[in-house]
Write a protein that binds this ligand. Sequence first.
Ligand code: AMP
Length: 213
Amino acid sequence: MITLALSKGRIFEETMPLLAAAGIEVTEDPEKSRKLILATTRPDVRVVLVRASDVPTYVQYGGADLGVTGSDVLLEHGNQGLYQPLDLRIAACRLSVAVRADYDYASAVKQGSRLRVATKYVGLARDFFASKGVHVDLIKLYGSMELAPLTGLADAIVDLVSTGNTLRANHLVEVERIMDISARLVVNQAALKLKREPIRRIIDAFASAIPGS
Ligand code: AMP
C-alpha cells in the first residue's frame, strides 16, 4: 500500500491532475464526505487527509509514504528526514509582510522601532527580521492574521498572499515580499527504499505533469 498525505482545498484540488498523470484517481469527494482515508482507482494507493502543517509529520514518521505541502510549511517545520524531490509549482503564493494602509512601515523600520508582528510563521518571520536587523516581538496566531493590525494587537503581519484580495478587503497593504512559496512533494526516506518502484513511478509521473514543465 502507498499512502499519500494531502490537505483539503487548494493542495488537494491542484494535486488531482498530477495524480491523474500517474493513472490514479481519487474515488471520493473530500468536500462531500467526512472520511479521512480516501480510496483511489488503484487498490494499492490511498489518500489520507491531514492539516497542511501536519503533512511533514505524517511523512517523517511513516504515517504516509508521500505528501504534498507548501514550502512555507516545510521551512517552518524543518525538513528532517524528508526527501524532497519535486517543486510541484502548484498552490503558488508568497510570504509577505503587511500593515494597515495608514501605518508608516518604512519610517518605523528606519527609526529602529520595535515592531509587533503577528504570524503563524514565527520561525520564518524571526529569521527574516533578524537578517534585516529589525527588532520584533512576535505574536503567534493560528488564523485570521489580518485582524491583528486592525485591532491593535500588532503593527504588522507575516502571512501568505495570493491575489491580495484578503489584504485589500481588510485595508492592509503588502510592504515586503519575504519569499515565493509553492507546494512540494515530500517522501519518507525508508519508504523510498522499501517501495522504490511504485514510488519512483509516482514521482516520475508527477514530474512530467508539473504545470509549465
Ligand atoms: P488572497 O486573498 O488570494 O491573497 O489569499 C490570501 C489568503 O489565503 C490568506 O488568508 C492566506 O493565508 C491564504 N492563502 C493564500 N495562498 C495560499 C496557499 N498557497 N496555501 C495556503 N493558504 C493560502
